[in-house]
Design a protein around this ligand. Sequence first.
Ligand SMILES: Cc1ncc(COP(=O)(O)O)c(C=O)c1O
Length: 394
Amino acid sequence: MAERAAYFKSLDSALKTAGIYQPSLIIDLDRLDQNIDTLLADLPDGMAYRIVAKSLPVPKLLAHIRQRAGTDRLMTFNLPMLLDLSHSMPDATQLLGKPLPAAAFKDFLGQASDGALDRIYWLIDTPERLAAYSQIAQDAGQSINVVVELDVGLHRGGFELGDELHASLTQLKQSNVLQFQGFMGYEPHLASIPTALGWRERTKRGAWDTYTKANALAGEIFGETYTRDTLRNVAGSPTYRLYKDTKIGNEVSVGSALVKPTDFDTELLEPFIPACFIATPVLKATGATRLPGLEFTETINRIVSPDTALTFFTHGGKWMATPVDPPNLKYNKVFGRSSNQEMLNGPADTDLKPDDFIFLRPHQSEAVLLQFGDITIIRDQKVIDHWPTFKISA
Ligand SMILES: Cc1ncc(COP(=O)(O)O)c(C=O)c1O
């Protein structure tokens, strides 16, 4: 019989003991803590850590990570999250991970509580957005913090080196409502560029060269007020380990690596362990795999593909996820995917009966974590709590 991993066997009984029978998203706090410690141990001296809230869209999870990591820095990606966190975590700073429409900025000014604005860093990617935010801030009589998005090679927008960057930094220097607080330059592409023929190394040097030149320009324009402590945000989960000192960036943003969905199974993130899973009960174990209208293929199929001999239907399905336990379960391409009752096939020795749980690893966290209602929290292999999620993540 194909052995179930001891870890998943014990999760299966923890979920049954807790009376869970719905598809659930599980976060294992012991594994998460191990990942937080791995991350912190890795950071060079002086490198600050900012939590990417969209990749971990659960307020209590953010509070837990803040406490263990000792950071008050969050990266936020939409107005509801920004408002929610500025109320629930008034002592945290929030850097926008993408530039929000000017209307969202205006909306925030109308709703934010006193003092919230001081701890928000608005991301500006173009001269047009700079002008729009400047006008809104002037009209509201409010002063705001601004961080400038640099294009360091990802080409997802942001300023390139050149006249526009120069003019916008000069405008920031002259403004009485916009306070320049630094740069953000995100470069996840570095992790996916092949290392062959020094390609990745060359691209990395290009990205860092751009950042260094932007720093020098800011130094020229802002003089002594542009210090080593001015915000220089870099990286994401795939790339933070490339930074061995604080010459380029002085702060890394990391979210997904802490729960490690499968998209983050990379060489650089090898020390991290999966800490989030989907658990869903088997509703039906129907025996030999039979496909509608193709019943005549059953015998031949059993001989030709013994690894898909049995069929199981799960409670829900069609998630962005890969089955991991019991081992060797596969989706059936001919039957197709289903969000209601998904067919999974496994070998003849699959140890699974109705009401047992199947475990899957999400491909990414930001969208998948929002699909199950409250998150099921595991500590010491027991269900200890259920934590609500944000309504939207990205
Ligand atoms: C600006 C920015 N920084 C950092 C990240 C890294 O997030 P994660 O660590 O979850 O990959 C992202 C992800 O989209 C991002 O957009």
